[in-house]
Ligand binder design. Structure first.
Ligand code: LAC
Length: 224
């Protein structure tokens, strides 16, 4: 594919949302993994439910809501201090190890690179800085400017307009299969990065144009 730009999902694609598991485990020994999994699932579910309800709340506000529910569901006593500690961990999520080399190689090919995320702008900016990705990205686009979550077509339309490129010149990359389907539905060529190798693709009527195991595979794919 001859692309001029690549658009990335953020959480789960560039940033490892399960890097909070260690803090979860420190605070709630024996429950770290279950809490981190339940928290992430609720966070995503609340974005979808709020979209269906027409009650947008930004991602920085619904992330602790998901945490409150997840901790209650596991009968854990989430103190305000523990909640703050876990939310702070979200600002310094570890990037996956293929992110720096993958993005650097794409940059060297002269491609424009952007994030398109459900994240709220300040939380995204903090994670980008913490992972030292700011010099590799041309744009960090948040859904917050339109108050609508993925997988709404309106969200995906932000990327071509902000990058000043036709959608046909862009590749959209996400680890979340329904995000890939949303982007495909909005006209993008898509790439599904299978961070969890045993996850099947969603049955939403679209198939990823490409499937990769690491971002470092993208340069070769784009030079084909
Ligand atoms: C994002 C969520 C969907 O970054 O992971 O948009």
């Amino acid at each position: 594919m001859r692309a001029q730009g690549v658009v990335f999902d953020a959480y789960g694609t560039l940033f490892d949302v399960f890097s909070v598991t260690r803090v979860c485990e420190q605070l709630f020994p024996g429950y770290g993994e279950r809490l981190a999994q339940a928290w992430r699932a609720k966070q995503l579910q609340y974005s979808l439910l709020r979209a269906a309800m027409g009650r947008y709340e930004n991602f920085w506000r619904l992330t602790p809501d998901g945490l409150t529910f997840a901790s209650r569901s596991l009968k854990l006593n989430l103190t305000p201090a523990a909640r703050d500690q876990l939310m702070n961990a979200y600002l310094t999520l570890a990037p996956f190890s293929d992110v720096q080399p993958g993005l650097t190689a794409l940059r060297n090919l002269g491609l424009r690179l952007a994030i398109l995320s459900n994240g709220e702008p300040k939380m995204l900016a903090a994670a980008v800085m913490s992972a030292d990705l700011d010099h590799l990205l041309d744009e960090t686009i948040s859904v917050d400017e339109i108050g609508v979550y993925k997988p709404s077509a309106e969200v995906y339309a932000l990327a071509p307009s902000r990058l000043g490129l036709d959608v046909k010149a862009l590749l959209f990359v996400s680890s979340t299969s329904w995000d890939v389907c949303g982007a495909a539905s909005a006209g993008f060529t898509t790439c599904w990065i299978r961070r969890a190798a045993d996850d099947p693709p969603e049955e939403l009527g679209f198939t990823a144009s490409h499937v990769i195991g690491a971002l470092t595979e993208l340069p070769a794919l784009l030079e084909q």
